[in-house]
Write a protein that binds this ligand. Structure first.
Ligand SMILES: Nc1ncnc2c1ncn2[C@@H]1O[C@H](COP(=O)(O)OP(=O)(O)OP(=O)(O)O)[C@@H](O)[C@H]1O
Length: 271
């Protein structure tokens, strides 16, 4: 487990090769406790590939990855995955579970409830508190198939947090949400910064509009290489983002949130 200032995540000169293709190329990144990172890049840039490393789903081909102080290759990935919160909007329970039952599968880190497993009183109380915090109290007993996509999105955040992880990974959590649902989701993520100040997050998206205002750091990935990484004030700017997407865009920040618009006055970008 992490102690003191030890990074929550550290990647050093990481390559990932699949079927002879170099999907990640000399990627280095450090995430510390309480930091909230956005990982941005165009389609096919390598965001999901990078998240699968951070989520202890795969090993690097070369280089070093440490997650919560444990080095991939020297630790049981299945155990490490139980220490992480992972929000995957493609999560699909097979059985028509209630919202609360789905949240509780986060304790056992399974898609379906484990037969004969019962939550402790403390686990049940935490699950209910997270459901409340995420504005879902009125839907706690509703069956998963009857929930809206926005309600499912927030329920999956509660599921990912129920086992008290130090690191939360979010893979395009706002995809497919309407405006109100997206805003509720982002407000919920902003609120976590206060309820759980030591939690670190890494959120993958293509869209700057889908970043919570409380995002502290950003990494830009292009063709498997990190082309910029650091505090948002340095990275979420017109020039680095235009370079990353290979398209001139203008980045603005209003009331803490970012927008990106096509811009013609940007100098030709270099990564
Ligand atoms: N197993 C694999 N073998 C070969 N190439 C792969 C494999 N998995 C992914 N790729 C390729 O790696 C590249 C990066 O894929 P990845 O899914 O990480 O991109 P992404 O940034 O998440 O894209 P998107 O925004 O479209 O989801 C893509 O070109 C993809 O086709």
């Amino acid at each position: 487990m992490t102690t003191g200032d030890a990074p929550v995540l550290r990647m050093s000169e990481v390559d990932l090769v699949r079927d002879g293709n170099l999907l990640l190329d000399a990627v280095s990144l450090t995430v510390r406790a309480g930091e909230h990172w956005a990982l941005l890049g165009a389609n096919g840039a390598g965001k999901s590939t990078m998240l699968s490393l951070l989520g202890a789903q795969v090993h690097p081909t070369r280089g070093r990855v440490e997650v919560l102080g444990r080095r991939l290759g020297r630790v049981d990935l299945r155990w490490l995955r139980t220490q992480l919160g992972h929000v995957d909007p493609r999560h699909r329970p097979g059985a028509p579970l209630s919202l609360l039952e789905v949240v509780l599968t986060g304790v056992t880190n399974t898609v379906e409830p484990v037969p004969r497993w019962r939550p402790s009183d403390a686990q049940l109380a935490r699950a209910r508190r997270l459901v409340d915090d995420l504005g879902l109290r009125h839907r706690v007993d509703a069956r998963w198939p009857t929930l809206s996509q926005g309600e499912r999105g927030r329920a999956l955040i509660a599921r990912a947090l129920v086992a008290e992880p130090k690191l939360l990974l979010l893979d395009e959590p706002a995809t497919g949400l309407d405006l109100a649902a997206r805003e509720q989701l982002l407000e919920s993520l902003d609120a976590l910064r206060h309820t759980d100040p030591w939690l670190s997050t890494v959120l993958v998206t293509h869209h700057l509009e889908e970043l919570p205002a409380s995002t502290t750091h950003a990494a830009l990935i292009r063709a498997g290489r990190l082309v910029a990484a650091g505090p948002v004030a340095e990275v979420l700017r017109t020039e680095p983002v235009s370079a990353c997407f290979d398209h001139p865009v203008r980045i603005d920040r209003v009331d803490g949130r970012w927008t990106a618009r096509a811009g013609r006055s940007v100098a030709p970008a270099r990564c």
